[in-house]
Design a protein around this ligand. Structure first.
Ligand SMILES: [Zn+2]
Length: 479
């Protein structure tokens, strides 16, 4: 028997941490990277040898904020209200493979509709659908009355309820991979205003419960006040954060950003939030920008969007899209850690198109290598998976891409999917070859189902995504 299952030889390795290894061999055993070495003198013993002469080997990419219940093709996302879960599930099974063609091997579902994404996670894990490793944040925890019933958010008032809502996600039978909070209103529904909807004690209780359960907290926040409260209460990832360092005015006029506002019985408060960038750096809070979603609506599909969606919502999209470049430049220059996040599933933001997000990061100041790190090492950190994925290192999961173009020269080559991404491996399994996804067969499904959860995964209280598993009963909350 060969020492290794697969060996990639003569590869230029883009490690994922900003470094490059020339003419290296990367060997895989049992789904993990078992060796990384300069070209060996002796021929390597492996079941399969992949000659990467003239090619690049890099970690599978990661998107830390997506929505698997939606798919991007509906201008008015409210249509989803009339669509049954069963249909959404079948549709999701169709677009999950698109991620692999595009070189994304891990994605986080940032807001579940009921238990749809938990069940999708299980189906992927059990080998019933071909897709990326799916992580699930479960229901969004919001302030009572803060948000419509769109996705069945979990409304809370008070820290006890916030703790309970977080526990409903992280309890062993659901085993969410993150806890999702929304501490301000959003762009496409409700009011975009500065008020922080979850108070500090609620944020802190949910954060504490999530961390005790071993998962990070991702918090949706628009505008300086919400971002500041979330950072101070210890959330790990700010999702959207448009803008981080100032706050939107009430008029939605994109040229007017509020510099002061009345709070506490009419007094004007100090509303300088420019310190938020530095605060994120000090606390190590990661930012998940989701620029694709604003850019695609505002700069590529504006007429179509405006013809379908009411003017008030359009004005909010306009305001956010106008803020995004300055906000990104300020965050990046301050040294805020940025993780690739697209909000895919939102209008015009299709699953599998996430490499476009990296082009925007480069347009607004990152080097191509920095953009790659945002979708590999930093994205893994945002999901608390940096010990397992995100870089080409011994012991990490063999989530690997073989490319025929150099993305460190031109980040846009990653958008060419199967033309450039010749092979996508997830846990050492070859799942996409030049854009053609390997579909499950009876043999692969049976093989996957024979594997059981490992004790390590159970004790670690994390979803057993590495081994494949079955029999997890996902229950609805009892309240
Ligand atoms: Zn989202």
């Amino acid at each position: 028997m060969s020492e290794y299952d697969i060996a990639f030889v003569n590869a230029t390795v883009i490690v994922g941490d900003g470094s490059v290894l020339k003419r290296h061999t990367v060997a895989v055993k049992d789904g993990r990277i078992a060796a990384v070495s300069a070209v060996a003198n002796e021929p390597i013993e492996a079941g399969e040898v992949v000659d990467c002469e003239g090619k690049w080997l890099m970690p599978g990419m990661i998107d830390v904020h997506t929505h698997t219940a939606m798919w991007g093709g509906e201008t008015d996302w409210g249509n989803i209200l009339d669509t049954p879960d069963e249909y959404l599930m079948v549709r999701a099974a169709t677009y999950l493979p698109w991620w692999l063609e595009a070189g994304f091997t891990t994605v986080m579902d940032g807001l579940a509709r009921r238990d749809l994404s938990y069940e999708l996670r299980r189906a992927q894990r059990d080998g019933l659908v071909t897709g990326p490793r799916l992580l699930v944040a479960g229901h969004s925890i919001v302030a009572t009355g803060a948000r419509g019933s769109f996705f069945g958010p979990r409304e809370v008032s008070g820290s006890d309820e916030a703790l309970r809502a977080a526990r409903e996600s992280t309890a062993i039978y659901r085993n969410a991979d993150a806890v999702k909070l929304m501490c301000t209103s959003e762009v496409l529904t409700g009011q975009m205003e500065s008020r922080v909807q979850l108070i500090d004690s609620e944020l802190a209780a949910a954060v504490d419960e999530a961390h005790r359960s071993g998962v990070p907290v991702h918090c949706h926040a628009y505008g300086g006040p919400g971002v500041k409260a979330a950072i101070e209460q210890g959330v790990d990832v700010i999702v959207h954060g448009q803008p981080i360092g100032w706050e939107p005015g009430p008029s939605n006029d994109p040229s007017i950003w509020q510099s002061s506002r009345r709070i506490d019985g009419g007094k004007y408060a100090d509303t300088d939030y420019s310190g938020n960038y530095q605060l994120m750096v000090e606390r190590g809070t990661i930012w998940a920008p989701t620029l694709s979603y604003y850019d695609l609506i505002r700069n590529h599909h504006w007429d179509e969007f405006r013809s379908a969606v009411n003017p008030f919502i359009c004005s909010r999209v306009d305001a956010v899209a106008t803020a995004m470049e300055e906000n990104f430049r300020r965050a990046h220059e301050a040294g805020v850690k940025i993780a690739c996040a697209t909000d895919s599933g939102m209008p015009f933001t299709y699953h599998g198109d996430s490499a476009y997000e990296l082009e925007l990061y480069v347009r607004y100041g990152m080097t191509p290598m920095e953009a790659i790190v945002s979708a590999t090492k930093t994205a893994a950190e945002a999901l608390w998976l940096e010990d397992r994925v995100g870089t080409v290192e011994i012991g990490k999961s063999a989530d690997l891409l073989v490319l025929n173009q150099d993305p460190t020269k031109d980040i846009r080559v990653l958008q060419r999917k199967g033309d450039v991404i010749e092979r996508t491996y997830l846990e050492g399994r070859l799942l996409s070859v030049s854009g053609k996804v390997v579909v499950p067969t009876r043999e692969t499904v049976l093989g996957q189902l024979r594997q059981l959860e490992t004790l390590e995964e159970m004790l670690g209280h994390r979803s057993p995504y590495l081994t494949g598993a079955l029999g997890k009963r996902i229950t609805l909350p009892c309240c």
